[in-house]
Design a protein around this ligand. Structure first.
Ligand SMILES: Cc1ncc(C[n+]2csc(CCOP(=O)(O)OP(=O)(O)O)c2C)c(N)n1
Ligand SMILES: [Mg+2]
Length: 572
Protein backbone atom coordinates (compact mmCIF):
# COMPACT_ATOMS: atom_id res chain seq x y z
CA UNK A 1 0.00 0.00 0.00
CA UNK A 2 1.10 3.54 -0.69
CA UNK A 3 0.18 6.68 1.21
CA UNK A 4 -1.40 9.34 -0.98
CA UNK A 5 -4.15 11.93 -0.95
CA UNK A 6 -7.67 10.83 -1.71
CA UNK A 7 -7.67 12.83 -4.98
CA UNK A 8 -4.42 11.14 -5.93
CA UNK A 9 -5.90 7.71 -5.25
CA UNK A 10 -8.87 8.59 -7.45
CA UNK A 11 -6.76 9.95 -10.32
CA UNK A 12 -4.24 7.11 -10.11
CA UNK A 13 -7.11 4.63 -10.46
CA UNK A 14 -8.32 6.46 -13.57
CA UNK A 15 -4.82 6.16 -14.98
CA UNK A 16 -4.64 2.46 -14.09
CA UNK A 17 -7.86 1.96 -16.05
CA UNK A 18 -6.42 3.64 -19.12
CA UNK A 19 -8.37 6.91 -18.92
CA UNK A 20 -6.98 9.57 -21.25
CA UNK A 21 -10.05 11.78 -21.83
CA UNK A 22 -12.80 13.07 -19.55
CA UNK A 23 -15.75 15.16 -20.76
CA UNK A 24 -17.39 17.66 -18.44
CA UNK A 25 -17.84 21.12 -17.05
CA UNK A 26 -15.72 22.42 -14.21
CA UNK A 27 -17.11 22.62 -10.70
CA UNK A 28 -15.75 23.35 -7.25
CA UNK A 29 -16.84 19.91 -6.05
CA UNK A 30 -13.96 18.14 -7.74
CA UNK A 31 -11.39 20.92 -8.30
CA UNK A 32 -8.83 19.10 -6.18
CA UNK A 33 -8.86 16.09 -8.52
CA UNK A 34 -9.31 18.15 -11.70
CA UNK A 35 -6.04 19.90 -10.92
CA UNK A 36 -4.24 16.55 -11.32
CA UNK A 37 -5.79 15.47 -14.63
CA UNK A 38 -3.18 17.08 -16.85
CA UNK A 39 -0.09 15.80 -15.00
CA UNK A 40 -1.77 12.37 -14.94
CA UNK A 41 -2.02 12.39 -18.75
CA UNK A 42 -5.78 12.95 -18.83
CA UNK A 43 -7.21 15.55 -21.20
CA UNK A 44 -10.23 17.32 -19.75
CA UNK A 45 -12.60 18.27 -22.56
CA UNK A 46 -14.64 21.22 -21.47
CA UNK A 47 -18.12 21.22 -23.00
CA UNK A 48 -21.07 23.61 -23.28
CA UNK A 49 -23.73 21.54 -21.46
CA UNK A 50 -23.34 18.46 -19.27
CA UNK A 51 -25.80 16.49 -21.41
CA UNK A 52 -23.30 16.97 -24.22
CA UNK A 53 -20.52 15.58 -22.01
CA UNK A 54 -22.57 12.46 -21.31
CA UNK A 55 -23.26 11.88 -25.00
CA UNK A 56 -19.62 12.54 -25.86
CA UNK A 57 -18.56 9.90 -23.35
CA UNK A 58 -21.07 7.58 -25.02
CA UNK A 59 -19.78 8.24 -28.55
CA UNK A 60 -16.21 7.93 -27.30
CA UNK A 61 -16.95 4.54 -25.76
CA UNK A 62 -18.74 3.25 -28.84
CA UNK A 63 -16.09 4.39 -31.30
CA UNK A 64 -13.10 3.53 -29.13
CA UNK A 65 -14.37 0.29 -27.57
CA UNK A 66 -13.30 1.56 -24.16
CA UNK A 67 -14.97 3.27 -21.24
CA UNK A 68 -16.06 6.86 -21.76
CA UNK A 69 -15.97 9.16 -18.76
CA UNK A 70 -17.89 12.31 -17.80
CA UNK A 71 -17.85 14.49 -14.69
CA UNK A 72 -19.67 17.59 -13.47
CA UNK A 73 -20.59 19.78 -10.52
CA UNK A 74 -22.79 18.34 -7.79
CA UNK A 75 -26.52 19.07 -8.08
CA UNK A 76 -27.42 20.83 -11.35
CA UNK A 77 -24.35 19.65 -13.24
CA UNK A 78 -25.25 16.09 -12.36
CA UNK A 79 -28.98 16.34 -13.11
CA UNK A 80 -28.00 17.71 -16.53
CA UNK A 81 -26.47 14.26 -17.19
CA UNK A 82 -29.70 12.32 -16.81
CA UNK A 83 -30.88 12.16 -20.43
CA UNK A 84 -27.42 11.25 -21.70
CA UNK A 85 -27.04 8.46 -19.14
CA UNK A 86 -30.43 7.01 -20.06
CA UNK A 87 -29.41 7.10 -23.72
CA UNK A 88 -26.10 5.37 -22.94
CA UNK A 89 -27.97 2.74 -20.92
CA UNK A 90 -30.08 1.77 -23.93
CA UNK A 91 -27.09 1.96 -26.28
CA UNK A 92 -25.19 -0.47 -24.00
CA UNK A 93 -22.37 2.04 -23.76
CA UNK A 94 -19.75 1.60 -21.04
CA UNK A 95 -19.87 5.14 -19.66
CA UNK A 96 -18.51 5.90 -16.21
CA UNK A 97 -20.51 8.81 -14.85
CA UNK A 98 -18.62 10.56 -12.08
CA UNK A 99 -20.98 12.48 -9.84
CA UNK A 100 -19.42 14.55 -7.08
CA UNK A 101 -22.09 15.18 -4.46
CA UNK A 102 -22.82 17.66 -1.70
CA UNK A 103 -20.50 17.20 1.30
CA UNK A 104 -21.31 14.26 3.57
CA UNK A 105 -21.29 16.40 6.71
CA UNK A 106 -24.15 18.60 5.46
CA UNK A 107 -26.16 16.18 3.32
CA UNK A 108 -29.87 16.52 4.12
CA UNK A 109 -29.68 20.08 5.42
CA UNK A 110 -30.83 21.60 2.12
CA UNK A 111 -27.62 23.43 1.38
CA UNK A 112 -26.28 24.61 -1.95
CA UNK A 113 -26.66 22.35 -5.02
CA UNK A 114 -27.94 19.44 -3.02
CA UNK A 115 -30.01 16.57 -4.29
CA UNK A 116 -29.85 12.85 -3.67
CA UNK A 117 -27.89 11.70 -6.68
CA UNK A 118 -28.22 7.93 -6.40
CA UNK A 119 -32.00 7.50 -6.79
CA UNK A 120 -31.99 9.66 -9.94
CA UNK A 121 -29.71 7.25 -11.79
CA UNK A 122 -30.79 4.02 -10.16
CA UNK A 123 -32.79 2.75 -13.15
CA UNK A 124 -30.33 3.85 -15.84
CA UNK A 125 -27.06 2.47 -14.53
CA UNK A 126 -25.67 -1.04 -14.18
CA UNK A 127 -23.90 -0.23 -10.91
CA UNK A 128 -23.69 2.65 -8.47
CA UNK A 129 -20.65 3.11 -6.28
CA UNK A 130 -20.97 5.53 -3.38
CA UNK A 131 -17.77 6.63 -1.72
CA UNK A 132 -18.51 6.87 1.99
CA UNK A 133 -14.88 6.67 3.18
CA UNK A 134 -11.76 8.10 1.58
CA UNK A 135 -9.97 4.76 1.81
CA UNK A 136 -12.55 3.21 -0.55
CA UNK A 137 -12.29 5.78 -3.35
CA UNK A 138 -9.78 3.74 -5.39
CA UNK A 139 -11.64 0.46 -4.93
CA UNK A 140 -15.01 1.92 -5.98
CA UNK A 141 -13.54 3.86 -8.89
CA UNK A 142 -12.02 0.65 -10.19
CA UNK A 143 -15.28 -1.23 -9.67
CA UNK A 144 -17.19 1.32 -11.75
CA UNK A 145 -14.76 0.90 -14.63
CA UNK A 146 -14.82 -2.89 -14.48
CA UNK A 147 -18.59 -3.17 -14.32
CA UNK A 148 -19.23 -0.60 -17.07
CA UNK A 149 -17.17 -2.83 -19.35
CA UNK A 150 -18.46 -6.23 -18.28
CA UNK A 151 -22.12 -5.26 -17.91
CA UNK A 152 -22.08 -3.04 -21.02
CA UNK A 153 -23.68 0.07 -19.66
CA UNK A 154 -23.23 3.19 -17.59
CA UNK A 155 -22.03 3.03 -14.00
CA UNK A 156 -22.16 5.86 -11.49
CA UNK A 157 -19.38 6.85 -9.13
CA UNK A 158 -20.93 9.10 -6.49
CA UNK A 159 -18.36 11.02 -4.46
CA UNK A 160 -19.37 13.39 -1.63
CA UNK A 161 -17.11 16.35 -2.23
CA UNK A 162 -15.29 16.08 1.08
CA UNK A 163 -14.11 12.60 0.02
CA UNK A 164 -11.53 14.19 -2.31
CA UNK A 165 -9.61 15.46 0.74
CA UNK A 166 -7.61 13.44 3.24
CA UNK A 167 -4.82 10.86 3.22
CA UNK A 168 -5.21 7.17 2.54
CA UNK A 169 -3.09 4.03 2.34
CA UNK A 170 -4.13 2.21 -0.81
CA UNK A 171 -3.20 -0.25 -3.47
CA UNK A 172 -4.42 1.04 -6.83
CA UNK A 173 -6.69 -1.65 -8.33
CA UNK A 174 -5.84 -3.04 -11.75
CA UNK A 175 -8.59 -3.55 -14.36
CA UNK A 176 -10.38 -6.89 -14.12
CA UNK A 177 -10.87 -8.46 -17.54
CA UNK A 178 -13.60 -11.05 -17.89
CA UNK A 179 -13.45 -13.48 -20.77
CA UNK A 180 -16.87 -14.48 -21.99
CA UNK A 181 -17.56 -17.92 -23.34
CA UNK A 182 -19.59 -19.22 -26.27
CA UNK A 183 -22.46 -20.51 -24.14
CA UNK A 184 -23.62 -23.86 -22.86
CA UNK A 185 -22.62 -26.95 -24.85
CA UNK A 186 -26.16 -28.29 -25.06
CA UNK A 187 -27.64 -25.05 -26.35
CA UNK A 188 -24.84 -24.70 -28.91
CA UNK A 189 -25.43 -28.28 -30.11
CA UNK A 190 -29.13 -27.55 -30.43
CA UNK A 191 -28.44 -24.33 -32.35
CA UNK A 192 -26.10 -26.09 -34.77
CA UNK A 193 -28.58 -28.91 -35.32
CA UNK A 194 -31.41 -26.49 -36.09
CA UNK A 195 -29.22 -24.50 -38.49
CA UNK A 196 -28.02 -27.66 -40.22
CA UNK A 197 -31.62 -28.69 -40.79
CA UNK A 198 -32.72 -25.26 -42.04
CA UNK A 199 -33.89 -24.88 -45.63
CA UNK A 200 -33.96 -21.08 -45.41
CA UNK A 201 -31.68 -19.94 -42.59
CA UNK A 202 -31.37 -16.19 -41.94
CA UNK A 203 -28.92 -14.52 -39.57
CA UNK A 204 -29.82 -11.34 -37.68
CA UNK A 205 -26.52 -9.69 -36.77
CA UNK A 206 -26.93 -7.37 -33.79
CA UNK A 207 -24.93 -5.00 -31.64
CA UNK A 208 -23.38 -7.96 -29.85
CA UNK A 209 -21.48 -8.84 -33.04
CA UNK A 210 -19.87 -5.40 -32.91
CA UNK A 211 -19.25 -5.35 -29.17
CA UNK A 212 -17.61 -8.79 -29.23
CA UNK A 213 -15.51 -7.97 -32.33
CA UNK A 214 -17.22 -10.95 -33.93
CA UNK A 215 -17.71 -9.78 -37.48
CA UNK A 216 -15.22 -12.20 -39.02
CA UNK A 217 -16.89 -15.13 -37.24
CA UNK A 218 -20.34 -13.95 -38.34
CA UNK A 219 -19.15 -13.74 -41.94
CA UNK A 220 -17.69 -17.25 -41.85
CA UNK A 221 -20.86 -18.68 -40.39
CA UNK A 222 -23.08 -16.89 -42.92
CA UNK A 223 -20.88 -18.08 -45.79
CA UNK A 224 -20.89 -21.65 -44.55
CA UNK A 225 -24.70 -21.66 -44.63
CA UNK A 226 -24.98 -19.21 -47.56
CA UNK A 227 -27.50 -17.52 -45.26
CA UNK A 228 -28.79 -14.02 -45.93
CA UNK A 229 -27.73 -11.65 -43.16
CA UNK A 230 -29.90 -8.81 -41.95
CA UNK A 231 -28.81 -6.40 -39.25
CA UNK A 232 -30.84 -5.50 -36.19
CA UNK A 233 -32.35 -2.05 -35.88
CA UNK A 234 -29.69 0.70 -36.01
CA UNK A 235 -26.80 -1.76 -36.09
CA UNK A 236 -26.21 -1.42 -39.84
CA UNK A 237 -22.46 -1.71 -39.20
CA UNK A 238 -22.71 -5.22 -37.75
CA UNK A 239 -22.06 -6.79 -41.17
CA UNK A 240 -20.17 -5.34 -44.18
CA UNK A 241 -22.48 -3.57 -46.63
CA UNK A 242 -20.62 -4.87 -49.67
CA UNK A 243 -20.82 -8.53 -48.64
CA UNK A 244 -23.06 -10.38 -51.12
CA UNK A 245 -25.07 -11.97 -48.28
CA UNK A 246 -25.79 -8.64 -46.56
CA UNK A 247 -29.39 -7.55 -47.06
CA UNK A 248 -29.56 -4.47 -44.83
CA UNK A 249 -31.26 -3.45 -41.62
CA UNK A 250 -34.56 -4.50 -40.08
CA UNK A 251 -36.85 -2.08 -38.30
CA UNK A 252 -38.10 1.44 -38.86
CA UNK A 253 -37.12 2.69 -42.32
CA UNK A 254 -35.04 -0.42 -42.82
CA UNK A 255 -34.45 -2.52 -45.93
CA UNK A 256 -37.44 -4.12 -47.65
CA UNK A 257 -35.08 -6.80 -48.94
CA UNK A 258 -34.09 -7.69 -45.37
CA UNK A 259 -37.73 -7.87 -44.34
CA UNK A 260 -38.88 -9.93 -47.31
CA UNK A 261 -36.05 -12.40 -46.81
CA UNK A 262 -36.43 -12.92 -43.09
CA UNK A 263 -40.17 -13.40 -43.65
CA UNK A 264 -39.25 -16.58 -45.58
CA UNK A 265 -36.92 -18.01 -42.93
CA UNK A 266 -37.56 -21.38 -41.32
CA UNK A 267 -34.65 -20.89 -38.88
CA UNK A 268 -33.38 -17.53 -37.63
CA UNK A 269 -30.09 -17.10 -35.81
CA UNK A 270 -30.39 -13.89 -33.80
CA UNK A 271 -26.73 -13.30 -33.09
CA UNK A 272 -25.95 -10.77 -30.37
CA UNK A 273 -29.29 -9.03 -30.29
CA UNK A 274 -31.99 -8.55 -27.69
CA UNK A 275 -34.53 -8.31 -30.54
CA UNK A 276 -35.81 -5.03 -29.08
CA UNK A 277 -39.56 -4.49 -29.52
CA UNK A 278 -39.35 -1.20 -31.47
CA UNK A 279 -36.79 -2.65 -33.86
CA UNK A 280 -38.95 -5.59 -34.91
CA UNK A 281 -42.28 -3.82 -35.57
CA UNK A 282 -43.86 -4.21 -39.03
CA UNK A 283 -42.55 -1.63 -41.53
CA UNK A 284 -43.40 -0.57 -45.09
CA UNK A 285 -46.63 -2.48 -44.48
CA UNK A 286 -44.63 -5.71 -44.15
CA UNK A 287 -45.26 -7.82 -41.06
CA UNK A 288 -42.00 -9.65 -41.55
CA UNK A 289 -41.30 -11.49 -38.29
CA UNK A 290 -41.41 -15.23 -39.17
CA UNK A 291 -43.70 -16.54 -36.44
CA UNK A 292 -43.47 -20.14 -37.61
CA UNK A 293 -39.67 -20.20 -37.71
CA UNK A 294 -37.33 -21.69 -35.14
CA UNK A 295 -35.60 -18.77 -33.44
CA UNK A 296 -32.13 -19.25 -31.95
CA UNK A 297 -31.09 -16.27 -29.88
CA UNK A 298 -27.54 -15.59 -28.73
CA UNK A 299 -27.09 -12.87 -26.12
CA UNK A 300 -24.50 -12.39 -23.41
CA UNK A 301 -27.23 -11.19 -21.05
CA UNK A 302 -29.41 -14.15 -20.07
CA UNK A 303 -32.27 -11.79 -19.22
CA UNK A 304 -32.63 -10.89 -22.89
CA UNK A 305 -33.16 -14.48 -24.01
CA UNK A 306 -36.78 -14.92 -25.07
CA UNK A 307 -37.77 -11.58 -23.53
CA UNK A 308 -39.39 -10.00 -26.58
CA UNK A 309 -39.74 -12.79 -29.14
CA UNK A 310 -40.50 -16.42 -28.46
CA UNK A 311 -37.41 -18.51 -29.03
CA UNK A 312 -36.69 -22.18 -29.61
CA UNK A 313 -33.12 -22.08 -28.31
CA UNK A 314 -31.40 -19.50 -26.14
CA UNK A 315 -27.61 -19.35 -26.03
CA UNK A 316 -26.20 -17.27 -23.20
CA UNK A 317 -22.88 -16.38 -24.72
CA UNK A 318 -20.64 -13.95 -26.50
CA UNK A 319 -21.66 -13.43 -30.12
CA UNK A 320 -18.13 -13.94 -31.49
CA UNK A 321 -17.43 -17.07 -29.46
CA UNK A 322 -20.90 -18.50 -30.10
CA UNK A 323 -20.64 -17.96 -33.87
CA UNK A 324 -17.28 -19.72 -33.88
CA UNK A 325 -18.58 -22.59 -31.73
CA UNK A 326 -21.65 -23.10 -33.91
CA UNK A 327 -19.50 -23.04 -37.06
CA UNK A 328 -17.13 -25.65 -35.63
CA UNK A 329 -20.12 -27.91 -35.07
CA UNK A 330 -21.53 -27.29 -38.55
CA UNK A 331 -18.19 -28.08 -40.15
CA UNK A 332 -18.48 -31.62 -38.89
CA UNK A 333 -21.98 -32.10 -40.37
CA UNK A 334 -21.32 -31.19 -43.98
CA UNK A 335 -23.61 -33.63 -45.74
CA UNK A 336 -26.41 -32.86 -43.29
CA UNK A 337 -26.65 -29.14 -44.13
CA UNK A 338 -30.07 -28.79 -45.73
CA UNK A 339 -29.46 -25.29 -47.07
CA UNK A 340 -26.84 -26.68 -49.47
CA UNK A 341 -29.64 -28.31 -51.48
CA UNK A 342 -31.37 -25.10 -52.50
CA UNK A 343 -28.45 -22.70 -52.36
CA UNK A 344 -28.83 -21.39 -55.92
CA UNK A 345 -32.54 -20.77 -55.60
CA UNK A 346 -32.05 -18.94 -52.30
CA UNK A 347 -29.26 -16.78 -53.66
CA UNK A 348 -31.38 -15.92 -56.70
CA UNK A 349 -34.19 -14.85 -54.38
CA UNK A 350 -31.74 -12.83 -52.28
CA UNK A 351 -30.43 -10.99 -55.33
CA UNK A 352 -33.93 -10.35 -56.62
CA UNK A 353 -35.00 -8.73 -53.34
CA UNK A 354 -31.83 -6.65 -53.02
CA UNK A 355 -32.10 -5.40 -56.60
CA UNK A 356 -35.77 -4.51 -56.15
CA UNK A 357 -35.03 -2.51 -53.00
CA UNK A 358 -32.13 -0.72 -54.64
CA UNK A 359 -34.29 0.19 -57.62
CA UNK A 360 -36.92 1.58 -55.28
CA UNK A 361 -34.34 3.68 -53.43
CA UNK A 362 -33.03 4.96 -56.76
CA UNK A 363 -36.49 5.93 -57.94
CA UNK A 364 -37.18 7.77 -54.65
CA UNK A 365 -33.88 9.62 -54.83
CA UNK A 366 -34.40 11.30 -58.21
CA UNK A 367 -36.20 14.55 -57.26
CA UNK A 368 -34.17 17.46 -58.63
CA UNK A 369 -35.80 20.52 -57.10
CA UNK A 370 -34.75 23.09 -54.58
CA UNK A 371 -35.09 23.02 -51.66
CA UNK A 372 -33.87 19.46 -51.72
CA UNK A 373 -36.17 16.44 -51.28
CA UNK A 374 -35.02 14.61 -48.11
CA UNK A 375 -34.42 11.25 -49.84
CA UNK A 376 -32.36 12.94 -52.55
CA UNK A 377 -30.29 14.64 -49.85
CA UNK A 378 -29.72 11.32 -48.11
CA UNK A 379 -28.73 9.59 -51.36
CA UNK A 380 -26.23 12.36 -52.19
CA UNK A 381 -24.73 12.17 -48.70
CA UNK A 382 -24.49 8.37 -48.95
CA UNK A 383 -22.62 8.64 -52.25
CA UNK A 384 -20.15 11.22 -50.93
CA UNK A 385 -19.59 9.67 -47.49
CA UNK A 386 -15.92 8.74 -46.98
CA UNK A 387 -15.51 4.96 -46.64
CA UNK A 388 -14.03 5.13 -43.14
CA UNK A 389 -16.55 7.66 -41.79
CA UNK A 390 -18.41 7.28 -38.51
CA UNK A 391 -22.01 8.48 -38.70
CA UNK A 392 -24.29 9.33 -35.80
CA UNK A 393 -28.01 9.91 -36.27
CA UNK A 394 -30.54 11.82 -34.24
CA UNK A 395 -34.24 11.27 -33.66
CA UNK A 396 -36.43 12.85 -36.31
CA UNK A 397 -38.14 11.99 -39.53
CA UNK A 398 -35.25 12.58 -41.92
CA UNK A 399 -32.73 10.96 -39.58
CA UNK A 400 -34.96 7.91 -39.39
CA UNK A 401 -35.36 7.71 -43.15
CA UNK A 402 -31.55 7.83 -43.36
CA UNK A 403 -31.52 4.27 -42.03
CA UNK A 404 -32.12 3.09 -45.60
CA UNK A 405 -29.11 5.02 -46.86
CA UNK A 406 -26.43 4.27 -44.25
CA UNK A 407 -24.11 1.46 -45.23
CA UNK A 408 -20.82 0.61 -43.63
CA UNK A 409 -17.93 -1.73 -44.27
CA UNK A 410 -16.45 -1.75 -40.78
CA UNK A 411 -17.97 -2.15 -37.33
CA UNK A 412 -17.97 0.82 -34.92
CA UNK A 413 -19.09 3.16 -37.68
CA UNK A 414 -22.74 3.86 -36.86
CA UNK A 415 -23.82 5.39 -33.58
CA UNK A 416 -27.52 6.12 -33.74
CA UNK A 417 -29.59 7.31 -30.82
CA UNK A 418 -30.80 3.88 -29.79
CA UNK A 419 -33.96 2.90 -27.95
CA UNK A 420 -34.03 5.89 -25.62
CA UNK A 421 -34.67 7.97 -28.72
CA UNK A 422 -33.77 11.42 -27.50
CA UNK A 423 -33.50 14.39 -29.83
CA UNK A 424 -30.10 16.00 -29.37
CA UNK A 425 -28.09 12.77 -29.24
CA UNK A 426 -26.22 12.76 -32.53
CA UNK A 427 -23.93 15.78 -32.53
CA UNK A 428 -22.28 15.42 -29.11
CA UNK A 429 -21.99 11.67 -29.76
CA UNK A 430 -20.13 12.42 -33.00
CA UNK A 431 -17.81 14.76 -31.09
CA UNK A 432 -16.98 11.98 -28.61
CA UNK A 433 -16.46 9.51 -31.45
CA UNK A 434 -14.09 11.94 -33.17
CA UNK A 435 -12.04 12.27 -29.99
CA UNK A 436 -11.77 8.47 -29.74
CA UNK A 437 -10.94 8.00 -33.44
CA UNK A 438 -9.39 11.28 -34.66
CA UNK A 439 -8.27 9.77 -37.98
CA UNK A 440 -11.82 8.98 -39.06
CA UNK A 441 -14.40 11.56 -40.20
CA UNK A 442 -17.28 11.90 -37.71
CA UNK A 443 -20.55 13.06 -39.20
CA UNK A 444 -23.78 13.73 -37.27
CA UNK A 445 -27.15 13.76 -39.04
CA UNK A 446 -29.48 16.12 -37.15
CA UNK A 447 -32.91 17.65 -37.80
CA UNK A 448 -33.34 21.39 -37.32
CA UNK A 449 -35.47 20.93 -34.20
CA UNK A 450 -32.97 18.60 -32.56
CA UNK A 451 -30.20 20.95 -33.65
CA UNK A 452 -31.65 23.56 -31.32
CA UNK A 453 -30.91 21.15 -28.45
CA UNK A 454 -27.34 20.44 -29.45
CA UNK A 455 -25.86 23.30 -31.50
CA UNK A 456 -24.17 24.77 -28.43
CA UNK A 457 -21.61 21.97 -28.64
CA UNK A 458 -20.27 23.64 -31.80
CA UNK A 459 -18.50 25.80 -29.20
CA UNK A 460 -16.87 22.70 -27.75
CA UNK A 461 -15.58 21.71 -31.20
CA UNK A 462 -14.10 25.16 -31.71
CA UNK A 463 -12.66 25.59 -28.22
CA UNK A 464 -11.23 22.08 -28.05
CA UNK A 465 -10.28 21.82 -31.72
CA UNK A 466 -12.42 18.76 -32.52
CA UNK A 467 -13.29 18.74 -36.23
CA UNK A 468 -16.64 16.96 -36.06
CA UNK A 469 -19.20 17.59 -38.81
CA UNK A 470 -22.93 18.19 -38.36
CA UNK A 471 -25.31 17.84 -41.28
CA UNK A 472 -28.44 19.77 -40.33
CA UNK A 473 -31.65 19.07 -42.26
CA UNK A 474 -33.49 22.38 -42.20
CA UNK A 475 -37.14 21.68 -42.98
CA UNK A 476 -38.60 24.33 -40.66
CA UNK A 477 -40.49 21.83 -38.57
CA UNK A 478 -40.41 19.21 -35.87
CA UNK A 479 -41.23 16.94 -38.75
CA UNK A 480 -41.54 13.56 -37.06
CA UNK A 481 -44.22 14.92 -34.73
CA UNK A 482 -45.90 16.99 -37.42
CA UNK A 483 -46.38 13.74 -39.32
CA UNK A 484 -48.70 12.57 -36.52
CA UNK A 485 -50.73 15.76 -36.82
CA UNK A 486 -51.03 15.15 -40.56
CA UNK A 487 -52.09 11.54 -40.14
CA UNK A 488 -54.29 11.82 -37.05
CA UNK A 489 -55.15 15.45 -36.26
CA UNK A 490 -56.39 16.97 -39.54
CA UNK A 491 -53.29 19.11 -40.08
CA UNK A 492 -53.69 21.02 -36.85
CA UNK A 493 -50.07 22.02 -36.27
CA UNK A 494 -49.62 22.71 -32.60
CA UNK A 495 -46.00 23.39 -31.73
CA UNK A 496 -44.53 21.77 -34.79
CA UNK A 497 -43.62 24.68 -37.07
CA UNK A 498 -40.17 26.15 -36.53
CA UNK A 499 -38.84 29.57 -37.36
CA UNK A 500 -35.14 29.16 -37.91
CA UNK A 501 -32.16 31.46 -38.12
CA UNK A 502 -29.33 30.63 -40.53
CA UNK A 503 -27.63 27.72 -38.82
CA UNK A 504 -24.60 28.05 -41.11
CA UNK A 505 -24.21 31.69 -40.05
CA UNK A 506 -24.50 30.75 -36.36
CA UNK A 507 -21.75 28.17 -36.85
CA UNK A 508 -19.54 30.78 -38.47
CA UNK A 509 -20.09 33.24 -35.67
CA UNK A 510 -19.10 30.52 -33.21
CA UNK A 511 -15.83 30.10 -35.10
CA UNK A 512 -16.69 26.94 -37.03
CA UNK A 513 -17.20 26.50 -40.76
CA UNK A 514 -20.78 26.97 -41.88
CA UNK A 515 -21.96 25.81 -45.30
CA UNK A 516 -25.50 26.26 -46.56
CA UNK A 517 -26.72 24.14 -49.44
CA UNK A 518 -29.95 24.60 -51.39
CA UNK A 519 -29.40 22.46 -54.54
CA UNK A 520 -29.04 18.67 -54.54
CA UNK A 521 -26.00 18.95 -56.80
CA UNK A 522 -24.05 20.86 -54.12
CA UNK A 523 -24.42 18.27 -51.37
CA UNK A 524 -21.71 15.78 -52.31
CA UNK A 525 -18.98 18.40 -52.70
CA UNK A 526 -20.03 20.14 -49.51
CA UNK A 527 -19.82 16.90 -47.51
CA UNK A 528 -16.44 16.03 -49.02
CA UNK A 529 -15.15 19.47 -48.11
CA UNK A 530 -16.52 19.23 -44.59
CA UNK A 531 -15.02 15.80 -43.94
CA UNK A 532 -11.61 16.63 -45.37
CA UNK A 533 -11.07 20.16 -44.06
CA UNK A 534 -10.13 19.16 -40.52
CA UNK A 535 -12.35 21.96 -39.26
CA UNK A 536 -15.54 21.71 -37.24
CA UNK A 537 -18.28 22.22 -39.81
CA UNK A 538 -22.00 22.68 -39.88
CA UNK A 539 -23.48 21.72 -43.23
CA UNK A 540 -27.00 23.11 -43.38
CA UNK A 541 -29.15 21.54 -46.08
CA UNK A 542 -32.38 23.32 -46.98
CA UNK A 543 -34.89 20.52 -47.49
CA UNK A 544 -38.57 20.30 -48.38
CA UNK A 545 -41.21 19.53 -45.77
CA UNK A 546 -41.89 16.10 -47.27
CA UNK A 547 -42.17 13.44 -44.56
CA UNK A 548 -41.71 9.68 -44.46
CA UNK A 549 -43.68 7.13 -42.44
CA UNK A 550 -44.27 8.07 -38.78
CA UNK A 551 -42.39 6.55 -35.83
CA UNK A 552 -45.31 5.35 -33.78
CA UNK A 553 -48.15 4.39 -36.05
CA UNK A 554 -48.33 1.37 -33.73
CA UNK A 555 -49.12 3.50 -30.68
CA UNK A 556 -51.43 6.30 -31.90
CA UNK A 557 -55.21 6.17 -32.20
CA UNK A 558 -57.69 8.35 -34.07
CA UNK A 559 -58.92 11.07 -31.69
CA UNK A 560 -62.26 10.49 -29.95
CA UNK A 561 -63.92 13.56 -28.31
CA UNK A 562 -67.04 13.25 -26.21
CA UNK A 563 -67.58 16.85 -25.10
CA UNK A 564 -69.47 19.17 -27.50
CA UNK A 565 -66.88 21.92 -27.23
CA UNK A 566 -64.22 19.57 -28.66
CA UNK A 567 -66.37 17.82 -31.29
CA UNK A 568 -64.57 19.64 -34.12
CA UNK A 569 -61.35 17.98 -32.91
CA UNK A 570 -62.56 14.43 -33.55
CA UNK A 571 -61.28 12.22 -36.30
CA UNK A 572 -62.64 13.22 -39.70
C1 LIG B 1 -35.58 15.13 -26.10
C2 LIG B 1 -36.74 14.81 -26.97
N1 LIG B 1 -37.79 15.65 -27.02
C3 LIG B 1 -38.83 15.39 -27.82
C4 LIG B 1 -38.87 14.25 -28.58
C5 LIG B 1 -40.07 13.95 -29.47
N2 LIG B 1 -39.65 14.05 -30.88
C6 LIG B 1 -39.33 12.97 -31.60
S1 LIG B 1 -38.94 13.31 -33.16
C7 LIG B 1 -39.22 14.95 -32.92
C8 LIG B 1 -39.11 15.91 -34.06
C9 LIG B 1 -37.71 16.06 -34.58
O1 LIG B 1 -37.67 17.18 -35.42
P1 LIG B 1 -36.37 17.56 -36.22
O2 LIG B 1 -35.19 17.39 -35.36
O3 LIG B 1 -36.55 18.89 -36.83
O4 LIG B 1 -36.28 16.45 -37.34
P2 LIG B 1 -37.36 16.16 -38.51
O5 LIG B 1 -38.37 15.24 -37.92
O6 LIG B 1 -37.95 17.47 -38.92
O7 LIG B 1 -36.57 15.50 -39.59
C10 LIG B 1 -39.60 15.21 -31.60
C11 LIG B 1 -39.90 16.54 -31.04
C12 LIG B 1 -37.75 13.40 -28.49
N3 LIG B 1 -37.66 12.26 -29.18
N4 LIG B 1 -36.70 13.72 -27.69
MG1 LIG C 1 -37.05 19.35 -38.79
Amino acid sequence: MTRMSSSEAFVETLVAHGVTHIFGIVGSAYMDALDLFEPAGIRFISVAHEQGAGHMADGYSRAGNRQGVCIAQNGPGITNFVTAVAAAYWAHSPVVVITPETGSSTMGLGGFQETEQLPIFSKITKFQGHVSRQDRIAELTGRCFDLAATERGPTQLNIPRDMFYGEVDVTIPKPIRVERGAGGEKSLDEAAKALAGAKFPVIVAGGGVIMSDGQAEAIRLAEHLSAPVVTSYLHNDAFPASHPLMCGPLGYQGSKAAMKLIAQADVVLALGTRLGPFGTLPQHGIDYWPRGAKIIQVDSDHRMLGLVKQISTGVCGDAKAAAAAILTRLETMNEAIAARGNKDARLTELKKQKDAWEAELNAWGQADGTPVAPRRALRELEKAMPKNAMVTTDIGNICSVSNSYLRFEAPRSFFAAMSFGNCGYAFPTAIGAKVAAPDRPAVAYVGDGAWGMSLQETLTCVRENIPAVAVVFNNGQWGAEKKNQIDFYADRYVGTNLKNPSFAAIAQSMGAEGIKVVHPGQIGDALKKATSSNRPTVLEIMVTQELGDPFRRDALKKPVRLLDKYKAYSAA
